[in-house]
Ligand binder design. Structure first.
Ligand code: ARG
Length: 565
């Protein structure tokens, strides 16, 4: 950050009246190759205004900068249409290592949010249905985003918008009354409730009266019928118990579990507002908001039988969230297939003249695939996510027993590695990409995996334990080029955090920790860190800084870092 600012300051002096300081800073990038220096400024944008080729402009500017003899910089070079700056390596290394040593896990903190609130709608599984891979993706992406936003100075509020209302609960009650067993539901709630739901649909094919029965029960539920409500509550509690096992394994908590049912008494005022603003249209007895003018299909607000919908509840929820939190941004981490729904939601809120509708952001993501196909819960066969997590932990434990049988706290470490592996595998690719589910891939210590990063960090920790001298601010003297790639990675962390926040993209951080781990492992292969000579302290400061940043990077992904592996 410091050097980027300084560099853009220098450039700004040369480019007065041509580019604003802000634009200059934004344009500066990190060269792809280390041999091309540390900061690159592209000159393509100015070619028109200056009536010169970018190559010539770059030459001009670099000569001017070169003649200034700037202290923090070693030299400037024109490379293609870029002006590339080479930092004074020993100065920069000393500066950055001391900064990290001092700030520790606060390195990279940034008060962009000024304590404004961001609400995050995440996870949001459906009651009485299995916790799907899609919900897992939402959970880990949303959780990581909340950690990233907090690091950037925002307050966050994580909402689990449970799918706990809708006509399906009328059907479920009908099925339970006909074929259910209390015992079985208690034993394995999700499995049993899903089986009942499936049985209902099968039976309804030959016996259409069941559909009517389902609607009747839902009506009773909506009217607060004691029996209906009692059953619904029970299904919900049992389902939540199951979901919470997953959350516990992942180490994720929520600020609110207000699901769809929570908005039952908050929808009528919204419908009233829509009516008063003359936004409601009748269409076949149903109430809709027309969105044709912005090229979207109408948003259904009430069915012809008066029943409210998913969208109606989301409208009420959005307003409630704003009233409660005055959010500056309201994120919805929900699969890509709901893009239209969120476009409609935002559009209707905008039509209602809520200026905060601008802050509504859908953060979509792709699918989790297995062997290239969508992972679906085949009829009756439920893949319980809890089992997947437990398998992963079990596999991690086996690896540890094989490779490091004397390790203390094996169970705890296996839990960090096993769940970390699943989380990292999800977050390392840009969220819009589909990802393939493969436990082996996730747990590969040699691969682009959480265990690889965790292992690298544990290696750094082991060195620090062996050295046993506390790391304090030091005069850094570099002995060669070996540490520079590590130092430049370290320098890049704050920028990476900002980018991840700006783009709602945790993969920036995941890729970053992989790069840092790789750079450090190369360094570790080349240099004897504990060799007794005058640079030993500096090397230890570097190792310490790497470990701080790796741990902080993993933390931002929602992954723990074991001391030893
Ligand atoms: N329960 C929904 C589903 O599983 C996701 C809810 C997302 N959040 C929201 N506010 N609509 O598809």
């Amino acid at each position: 950050m410091k050097y980027r600012k300084k560099y853009s300051g220098l450039l700004a002096q040369e480019l007065k009246g041509i580019l604003s300081d802000e634009n200059i800073e934004r344009l500066i990038e990190k060269p792809k190759f280390l041999k091309h220096g540390d900061l690159a400024f592209p000159c393509f944008q100015m070619a028109k205004a200056l009536r010169k080729s970018p190559v010539e402009i770059a030459k001009d500017i670099s000569q001017k900068l070169q003649s200034k003899n700037e202290s923090d910089f070693d030299r400037f070079e024109a490379i293609g249409g870029y002006v590339n700056a080479f930092l004074d390596k020993s100065k920069a290394a000393a500066y950055i290592l001391n900064e990290i040593t001092e700030k520790k896990n606060h390195y990279g903190d940034y008060n962009r949010g000024r304590q404004h609130t961001v609400t995050i709608d995440l996870s949001s599984p459906n009651i009485a249905k299995p916790f799907s891979m899609g919900h897992l993706r939402s959970t880990v992406i949303g959780n990581s985003l909340s950690l990233i936003y907090e690091k950037c100075g925002f307050k966050t509020f994580k909402i689990n918008h449970l799918g706990d209302w809708g006509t399906q609960f009328g059907k479920l009650i009908t099925a339970y009354k006909l074929w259910g067993s209390e015992q079985k539901v208690k034993e394995s709630p999700i499995k049993e409730l899903l089986a009942l739901y499936i049985k209902f649909h099968e039976a309804a094919e030959t016996n259409p009266e069941l559909e009517q029965e389902g609607r009747n029960w839902f009506r009773r539920l909506e009217n607060g019928d004691v029996e209906a409500l009692g059953l619904w509550k029970w299904f919900k509690e049992e389902s939540l118990k199951e979901f919470k096992k997953v959350y516990e394994l992942l180490g994720i908590e929520f600020d609110s579990y207000a699901g769809e049912a929570f908005y039952n008494d908050k929808m009528e005022p919204i419908v009233e507002m829509l009516r008063n603003k003359e936004l409601l249209d009748e269409s076949d007895g149903a109430l809709v908001v027309q969105l044709e003018d912005i090229g979207l299909p109408p948003c259904l607000i009430k069915k012809s039988d008066g029943a409210t919908l998913y969208a109606t509840r989301d409208l009420a929820a959005a307003k409630y969230r704003y009233d409660q939190h005055s959010f500056i941004t309201s994120l919805y981490v929900v699969g890509n297939e709901q893009s239209l729904h969120f476009k409609q939601l935002k559009a209707v809120l905008a039509k209602m003249d809520f200026e905060w509708a601008d802050g509504i952001i859908h953060v979509p993501f792709g699918m989790m695939l297995k062997d290239g196909k969508k992972m679906s819960t085949r009829k009756g066969k439920v893949v319980l996510l809890e089992d997947v997590l437990k398998d992963s932990i079990e596999l991690a434990k086996k690896n540890i027993e094989e490779k490091n049988p004397l390790l203390p706290n094996q169970q705890e470490t296996a839990a960090m590695v096993g769940t970390g592996a699943i989380i990292f595998h999800d977050l390392k690719n840009f969220r819009m990409n589909d990802i393939d589910f493969s436990l082996e891939e996730m747990l590969r210590v040699e691969g682009e995996s959480a265990p690889y990063v965790q292992y690298t960090n544990a290696r750094a920790k082991t060195i620090l334990r062996k050295a046993a001298s506390p790391v304090t601010g030091v005069e850094i003297k570099l002995e060669g080029a070996a540490e520079w790639p590590v130092v430049t990675e370290l320098m890049d962390f704050p920028e990476t955090v900002i980018r991840a926040c700006h783009n709602n993209d945790p993969s920036q951080i995941a890729k970053y920790v992989l790069n840092l781990a790789q750079a450090f492992n190369r360094y570790y292969g080349e240099v004897r860190i504990l060799k007794e000579n005058e640079e030993k302290d500096a090397r230890l400061a570097l190792v310490n800084a790497v470990s701080i940043v790796l741990e902080e990077g993993l933390r931002l992904l929602g992954i723990k870092a074991p001391e030893e592996m």
